[in-house]
Design a protein around this ligand. Sequence first.
Ligand SMILES: [Zn+2]
Length: 925
Amino acid sequence: MRYALAFVTLFATPGAGFAQQTMDPVFAEHQKAWTTKPEFSSPLVDHLPASTAVPSPREVLGHDIGAPRVLDRYADILKYYRALAAKTQRVKIIETGATEEGRPTAIVLISADENIANLEINRQNLAKLSDPRGLTQDQAKDLIAGTKPLYLILGGLHSAETGPPEMLMELAYRLVTEDSPLIANIRQNVIVGINPTTDPDGRDRYTDWYYRNKIDDTDDLNPVPGAPYWGKYIFHDNNRDINYTGFSSRNLLAFYLQWHPPIMHDLHESVPFLYTFSGQAPQNPSLDPILFGEMPWISNFEMAQLTKYGMPGVWTHGFVDEWSPGYVGFMSTNHNGLFKMYETFGNGGATTALRHIKPVEGPGEDLHASDQTVREWFRPNPPYKSVEWSMRDNTNYMETGILSALQMTSQFPQQLLENFYRKSANSVAAGRSEAPYAFIIPSDQADMTKVALLINLLRLQGIEVGRSSAEITLKEGKFPAGSFVVKRDQPYGRLAKILLEKQKFPDNKLKTYDDSAWSMGMMAHVNVVATADITALDVAVHPVDQYKPEGSIGTASAAAYAVLDHGSINMATLRYRLRNVSVRIAEKSFKSGGQDIPAGSFVIEAKAYERLKAAVVPLGLTALALDKVPDVPMHEAALPRLAIYSTWGSTQNVGWIRYAFDQLETPYELIFKDEIKKGGLKSKYDVVIVPSQGRSAKSLVFDIPMRGKPLPYTKTAEFPTQGVYGSSPDIRGGMGLVGVEELRKFVTDGGTLITLGDSSAMPGEFGITPDVEVSRPTKAFYAPGPIVNAKVLKPANPIFYGYTDTTLTVRWATTALLALPFRNQNDVLMNFPGGDKMVQSGLMVGACEAKNRPAIVDLPVGSGQVLMFMTNPIHRWQNFGEFRMLYNALFSYKDLRKDLGGPPAVPDEPPADEDKSADACKAPP
Ligand SMILES: [Zn+2]
C-alpha cells in the first residue's frame, strides 16, 4: 500500500491560483498529527484556508475537526453554522422544525453568492423537473440549463456514528472559503445542502454518554456498550422508519418535497475504511434503470479518486442492497432522485484506538463473506487487518469521498439534472404503459379509520390520491362512490407501486439488509385493489389532501350506546378517553334496530353520552343508540395496570411499542431490571408486556454483561440528557434469574405476562411455561420480515374482536418456533399453516419449517397466564392490522381463557381445502 504515497505528492497541489491562498498552519499541524498513517490523508483535506472573513470551526468550537476525545453537542454544531452564515453570502440556513425534545432542525445550503441569491428560482426549477407533466422537451432542456443540482448530505442519523456531524462543519467551511479549482467548481455548479445532524436528540444523549462512560475506552475486543437511548423512541430503527414517525425525519421529508434535491447522501459508520453504496442486488425493479447506472458511476469514481490519492480500503458493492424503500435516505430514490450512502470506520466516539478488523473464525464459522480485509473484485485494495484509527482518519476519508462525489457532480451537473428529469418523466409514463395503472381503495370498508391511516401516509410522502364522487366500474369490479384512486401516471407513481404492491422477491438465494415485505394494504388490513384496467386513469377524481372519516353518534336519549367494532385501532384510544366510564364488551354479535352489532363492540352506559360523543366523533367511530341494554354476554373492557419491560441493551423494539402506546393514549409504566428484581410485581401491575428485544432469551434475561466498570444512566447537572425515559445507577446485568423468578411469581399470583416476538422464547426456555418446547429453524430457513398468513383457531376468543376473517396477514417476527404437548392444543389461538402459499409478500425460504407452529398461545400458569405472541403485534409503526390483537388482550385480559384449555379433539381427516403447498411439508426438512 505504501507505493501510493508517490501519488499523494503528485496530486498535492490541486491547481494554480490556489497556491496563493493562505492556509491555516495550525490546522495543517493538527490534521497531520491526528492522522495515524500518512496514507489515511489526501491532498483534498490536508490543508484548510485561513480566513479573516468567516469563522473556522476552531474559532467557534475551540478545536479543529477530528480532535481526539472531542465531540460537539448539537447546540454548538448549530452555533457554528449560524456563525458561518452570519459572515458570508454563500450560506443560507433553512429552518425545518423541531425534534421530539424541542431541538431545532435545519438545512444549511452552501453555494456561490449568485446561486444563493437565486435559491428560490432554483427551488422552483427543481420542483418543475420533479413533476414534468406539461413540460415540453425544449422547456425541460431550458430549465435544466438554468438550474443547479442540490446535493443534500445527511450526517448523524445514527448517534453512535459520531464522525459525520463533525466532518460536515469542516466541509462547510472549506466549501465557503477554498479557492482551489475543485472547490470553486463545486461552488459554481452545485448547491450543497447539509443536514447538520439528522437525530439531534440522539446526538446530545450519545455525546453525554461518551464523555461519561466511553471516552477512555480503547478496547475494541471488549468495548464499553453505547448509550441505551438516542432519540426518544426508536434508536437505530430511525433508518427503518418507513412511515416517518420521527420528527426530524418527517421535517427532512417536508424539506425534500419542497426543495427536491436530486441527490441525497447519507453518512454512516460501521465497516472499514470507506464503503460507498452502489445499489447492489436485490434491487427494487420498480425503480428506474437509470438509477442503477448513476449509483455505481459515482461510487466507482470515488473509489478511483481515493485509491489514486493512496487511501487504502475504499470499496463499493457487497454490503447494502436496494430492496426496501424504508431507509431515510431512500426518500431520494423513492422520489426519482439519486441516493448515495457511506459507511466509514468510526470508533463510537473520538478516542483513538487500535481496531481489530479481520474477524477470527470460531468453531463451525466461515467468515469469509463478512471479512472486509479480503480482496474482492469490488474491494480491490482492502482495508488492513488491524489498524490504529482516529476520528481524524475517519474525517479524512468521509470528506475526501464527499468532495470527490461533489467534484463529479460539479462536472456533470446537467447530466445529473437530465437524469432526475428523465426518471421523473419515466415514472409518469410508466403509469400509462404498464399495469397496475392504479390502486383503488374502496370506500365501503367496514373500518375506514385504517384506510385513513394509509391514505394519510401516502400523502405524507407526496403521493397524489384522488377520490371519486361517482361509482367506478373497472375490470376488477365496481367500487362505490367515495372510493380512493391512486393513479400511477404521477411523478411518485413508482413509489405508490412500491409501497402498495405485493413484494415478489427476485431471487431466493439473495439476502436483504432489512425487511423483504412492507405491502401497506396487507400490513394495515386494508383492502387495496391493483387494477390492470387502464381506464382507471380516466376516472374523474378530486384531490385528497388529508382524509379523516367522520364519526357519528345516535340520539341523546337511549338505554345505552354500542360503539361498533370493525377493527379500528381507535377503539383503543376511545377506551382510554373513557377511562372512568363503565365500558363493557359484547361477547357475541347482536341486532338493534335492524342493525348488526359485531362481537367486540363496546356497550356504554347512557349517562356517558356527552363524553362518548366528544370521543367517538373525532376518532371516526360509530356509536349507535340502543333502545335497551343488550342481553348478550358481556364483560368489562378492563384497564389493567400495565408495565412494559425493557432491557437496557436493546431498547429499540420497546421504543416502537412506546411510540404506538403514546399515539393511542395508552398509559403504562416502563420498567427495567431494577424494578423487576425488587419483586412484588402483582401488587403493582395486572399485565406485564415483554416486547421483542435482545438476540435471544438469554440476552433478554442477562442483557449487558457485568464486565468492566458500572455504567450509570442517571441525570446529572453535567449530563442532563441521561436518565431520560428510564434511569439506573448501573445498566449492566439484566433481570437475571432473580428477575425470571419474580416474573414467574407474578404469573402464579394471577398476573398476565404478555411476550412478543422473539421474547416469547423466554417463558419456555427459562421454565415459566415448562411445557413449551422452543426450537430454532434450520440454517436453511431465511425469513427477513415477510408477510404471511396466519390461521385463527379460536375466532370467538376476545383476541380476535374486530377481525372477521379466520386467515389474517401478519408480519413474520420470530427466530424461535414453539411446540406444545397435545394436551395444550386448545390453548393455541392462532397458528401458521406453513408452506410457500402461506407467504403473501416478501421472502421466506423454508416455509415448511413453520407448518402448524403456534402464532399465539395463552397458557395458564398458577392463577395467572402467559400470553405468547410469536408475531410482533406492533412492528414499528407499520402493521396496523395487527395492533388490535394486543389491545384486545389488554382490555379482555381477564376473559381470554373462557374458550381455552380442556381436552383437545382427536384430529379429523385433513380438510379437503388444505393448502397443497403445505402438503409438501410432510417430510420434515
Ligand atoms: Zn448507521
